[in-house]
Design a protein around this ligand. Structure first.
Ligand SMILES: Cc1ncc(COP(=O)(O)O)c(C=O)c1O
Length: 374
């Protein structure tokens, strides 16, 4: 059925390409930072943090080792610990609930809705007298409907920590993901929209008390005088990574626009393919500004389609190795989440990054149409 020699090679993500696209600029940054001997908590980190906070319209941003550490520190700063329950959507990376578990709390998985984001009604139904916090995950670069979630959290006196690992720049009703709850974590993993050359993350907050604690927690619990005020971690964003991120961040608006253009192209070419369900295209909903960290579709005969695309030279990905968090037997969850289970038989992510050309999208869509015979 398939052409044996693919006419194109489109990896799901081209890690090398992320560097070679601007190799000279990156090498100049690396040389400059290393020649200055500026490695830990230096000027480049402070500047990046300032730019990030200003962009997100939040009071504070702290560069940390990665978003997982960021979430752990956010929960710790919020006082979440043993005996507490934290509600999260099972369609997420295991890092989200792991962060609550590492604080001694019990993560409670719930269903997502047709938008692949936490279902507010399922979240409310999971509340018990022990529930202390809600962990909405702004998956795929789309902000959860934070109005209903924040109202519900207020009604039940829950702390909201946002997992904005995949959502830098996405907005709900004009407000940025990460700026709704008590604190949020963002990831700069290499394949993220803003990605460094290794691990990296940030915690953002508007709360003075949380900010003070994150500052301590990421640096061994030490204050500016070197006095240790609490047990901390060593989880500071490397100054070198901050310099690289700050350079990329200058063009963030264009990066986001490019991703939205790719999403619009996928939508234009695939919207009439009945066996697929696509994410809402850019600007189709006034409440949402999506940044498309991923282009996650639902597809009938998903595994066959994936293999067909592979043979055509097209890389795709199924998030989290194909399992929602509650499906990992080793984690010991015993819950019934039929909607999420069914969704995970259909989820597939198409290439979505700055290396993807318009012609690549056309080719991918042609192949998908060929597969379904439409
Ligand atoms: C939804 C979500 N949460 C948390 C994380 C963890 O981020 P990090 O790899 O920076 O620890 C990721 C990373 O991929 C993620 O996608």
């Amino acid at each position: 059925m398939t052409d044996p020699t693919p006419t194109r090679n489109i990896p799901f993500f081209n890690y090398k390409g992320a560097f070679t696209a601007q190799e000279d600029s990156y090498l100049a940054i690396v040389r400059d930072v290393i020649r200055r001997g500026a490695f830990i908590q230096q000027r480049d980190l402070a500047e990046f943090e300032e730019h990030l906070a200003a962009y997100l319209e939040v009071k504070y941003a702290f560069g940390v080792g990665n978003a997982t550490d960021g979430l752990i520190m956010a929960f710790r700063a919020a006082g979440i610990g043993p005996g507490d329950e934290v509600i999260f959507p099972s369609h997420t990376m295991v890092a989200s609930p792991a962060s609550a578990a590492h604080c001694g709390a019990r993560p409670v998985p719930v269903e997502c809705g047709p938008d692949h984001l936490i279902d507010p009604r399922a979240a409310e139904a999971a509340i018990t007298p022990r529930t202390r916090a809600l962990l909405p995950v702004h998956l795929n670069g789309r902000t959860c409907a934070m109005d209903s979630l924040m109202t519900m959290a207020e009604r039940h006196r829950l702390i909201v920590i946002e997992d904005a690992a995949q959502a830098l720049g996405s907005r709900f009703r004009g407000r940025f993901a990460g700026s709704f709850g008590l604190a949020a974590a963002i990831s700069f993993y290499p394949a993220k929209i803003l990605g460094c050359f290794g691990d990296g993350g940030a915690v953002v907050t508007n709360d003075d008390g949380v900010a003070r604690k994150i500052r301590l927690l990421r640096d061994h619990g030490r204050n500016e005088q070197g006095d240790v005020e609490m047990w901390g971690l060593n989880s500071r964003l490397d100054n070198l990574q901050a310099a690289i991120l700050d350079f990329q961040f200058r063009n963030y608006q264009e990066i986001v626009e490019r991703r939205r253009r790719i999403a619009a192209l996928y939508d234009r070419n695939l919207r009439d393919v009945a066996p697929l369900r696509l994410p809402p295209p850019p600007d189709s909903e006034p409440d949402h500004f999506d940044v498309f960290q991923n282009y996650e579709i639902e597809a009938e005969r998903r595994d066959e389609l994936r293999e067909f695309l592979r043979l055509a030279g097209i890389g795709t990905l199924i998030q989290w190795g194909g399992k929602a968090v509650h499906q990992f037997a080793g984690l010991g969850f015993h819950v019934d989440l039929p909607f999420t289970d069914e969704l995970f038989r259909r989820l597939l992510m198409l290439p979505m990054n700055m290396m993807v050309m318009d012609e690549d999208v056309e080719y991918i869509c042609t192949k998908i149409r060929e597969f379904y015979g439409v």
